[in-house]
Ligand binder design. Structure first.
Ligand code: FES
Length: 85
């Protein structure tokens, strides 16, 4: 279901952060701002959740997404939050 409300949690544990979430964090921030979603979507960080081997991980609306990158997070956000329509 598409929505303009929700919650994004990004893992800021050292493994995920070093392997890509450092850039993914900036990409998500920019995405929310440029799509005027920053007031509707809660965006926060979380410490390591012991999923490092499947990381970098990001949770969107309580669903866990593994192997996230700054590139593949954008189509995922479009799909979930429908920002371009
Ligand atoms: S650092 Fe992200 S799950 Fe461990």
């Amino acid at each position: 279901m598409k929505s303009d409300k929700g919650e994004i949690i990004i893992c800021l544990g050292s493994s995920c952060f070093a392997r890509g979430n450092r850039d993914t964090l900036e990409t998500i921030k920019f995405y929310l701002k440029s799509n005027q979603l920053e007031h509707n979507i809660v965006f926060k960080g979380q410490l390591c959740s012991q999923s490092c081997n499947k990381g970098p991980v990001v949770w969107i609306n309580e669903q866990k997404y593994e192997g996230m990158t700054a590139s593949n997070v954008v189509p995922l956000l479009d799909q979930i939050f429908n920002a371009n329509s």
